[in-house]
Every structure is written in structure tokens, then in C-alpha cells.
Unconditional design. Structure first.
Length: 257
């Protein structure tokens, strides 16, 4: 039953991504092509390998250690702020700003969006996609109510850092080297593969196909966020969508208990 539900969810999610790609908003002009595409791709892949290493360390080292050392969940999340900021914020900022001379606009750190319709879609889909799993009992991240402080910290550690890292930096580098379409496609695949450590640790008991569909869903999510970012050229709509899809079910669980 779990395998069937993930298959249906994959099909439905893929249809949403296709609709967003074809019919909602318009793609802007591509980013300027890099004079050194190989270096751009190399740096993007290096950053992705860092993300894989960090996610693996969180699953096998950091989270178990924090679970034993600290009983307060909010405090555990707070401790991860500096631990995650170094690889996910300081490192890409150094690469993009100091090495490449990028500005805040190049990184998607702007309030205005290129496509208002896509921004509205992102926020609406995030709210709907976060509410439906709560109502149907199929929440991806779980239903356990969390302290308010932890929800606030997750805005930074889960939504902002991932969107900044994967879309603002990695996907932007890929677009400068490979073009828009290939950047979204490859960026989504890399995003999905980054979550392998999390998916395997949580879902291995369900069998290989369950893990495979979980990684596929993460990849589709990467394509979704990638298209949102490309069409809006802003991190914020994708952040709202990302956060809502992950945590709205848990927020609703806390409010209804």
C-alpha cells in the first residue's frame, strides 16, 4: 500500500511540475553564459558533494550525538544553526561572491519576482501540499507537534539554507554553464540524490522500491523548486513552498491537539 501511494504521489507531483513548466508564468532570459563552463560545473558538483557529506554526517553522526547530549529539541536545532551555516552559507558565499563576484540579485536574494503568477502558485501549492497530507495521513515529514522555536529555526536550517544552496548557487552555476533547461533538470537530480542518506535511513525497512520512489519524489521536488526559482529569479517563493510542504502538517497537528 505504501509503495502504491508513493507511485501515485510521484505521478501527481510530476504532473504538477509539468503544468508549472508549460503553462504557468514564463521563463526569463537565461543567465549570462560563463566564460569557463567547466569550472562552473566543477564547482557546482563540488558543492553538491559537500551537501552529500553533510547530510550523511547529520544522519549518522550529528543527529545521534545531539540526541544523546541534549534533551531539548529546540536546543538541538539551535546547535545545528552554526554547524549548517558553515557549509551551506559561508562556503557557497565565498565561492559565489569572493571568487565569482556575484551580487545578491545573482543569488536570488531579492524581494521582487519576475513572475507573480508563479510566486502565487508556489505559495498556494505549498499550503495545499502541506495541508492535504495532514488530512489524509500521508505526511512526509511526520505529524509530531514541535515547539514553536523549532519551527522558527527550521525556516532557516531547512527552507532558506537548502534553497540558497541548491537553487541560488548550484543551479545558477549550472545555468551559466549548461543553459536553463539542463540546469533545472540536473539541479533537481542532484537535489534528490542529496537526500539519499535521509531516505535510506528512514525507509530502508520498506524495501528498495520504497527508497527509490522517495528519492524520485525528492528529485521531482527539486525540479519544482528549480522551475519556481528560474521563473521568479527569487528564493522567497520557493522557500515558502518548501517550508509549507515539509512542516505545515506538523504545524496543523500541533494546532489541533
Amino acid at each position: 500500500m505504501e509503495l502504491l501511494s508513493k507511485f501515485v504521489l510521484s505521478l501527481a507531483s510530476g504532473a504538477v511540475v509539468w503544468a508549472l513548466h508549460r503553462w504557468i508564468g514564463a521563463y526569463p532570459a537565461p543567465l549570462p553564459r560563463s566564460r569557463d563552463p567547466r569550472t562552473e560545473v566543477g564547482e557546482a558538483l563540488l558543492l553538491w558533494l559537500v551537501a552529500v557529506a553533510v547530510s550523511t554526517a547529520r544522519v549518522h553522526v550529528i543527529t545521534p550525538w545531539l540526541g544523546q547530549a541534549l534533551s531539548d529539541r529546540t536546543l538541538r536545532e539551535l546547535v545545528q544553526v552554526p554547524l549548517l551555516s558553515l557549509p551551506y552559507l559561508a562556503l557557497p558565499l565565498w565561492v559565489a561572491v569572493r571568487r565569482n563576484g556575484w551580487t545578491a540579485r545573482d543569488l536570488g536574494l531579492v524581494r521582487e519576482t519576475r513572475s507573480r503568477s508563479v510566486a502565487v502558485f508556489a505559495m498556494a501549492f505549498g499550503l495545499l501540499g502541506g495541508a492535504v497530507p495532514f488530512l489524509t495521513g500521508q505526511a512526509v515529514m511526520g505529524y509530531e507537534p514541535l515547539p514553536a522555536g523549532e519551527f522558527l529555526l527550521l525556516v532557516y536550517t531547512n527552507a532558506f539554507l537548502e534553497e540558497f544552496y541548491h537553487r541560488g548557487v548550484i543551479q545558477s552555476k549550472l545555468e551559466r554553464a549548461l543553459g536553463q533547461g539542463r540546469a533545472v533538470l540536473l539541479g533537481g537530480v542532484l537535489f534528490g540524490l542529496t537526500h539519499v542518506a535521509f531516505d535510506v535511513s528512514r525507509l530502508a525497512a520498506g524495501g528498495g522500491l520504497v527508497v527509490l520512489f522517495a528519492v524520485l519524489l525528492q528529485t521531482i521536488a527539486g525540479w519544482l523548486f528549480g522551475i519556481i526559482y528560474t521563473k521568479t529569479r527569487s528564493l522567497w517563493p520557493g522557500m515558502v513552498c518548501h517550508y509549507s510542504l515539509n512542516w505545515l502538517s506538523a504545524i496543523l497537528a500541533g494546532l489541533t491537539r
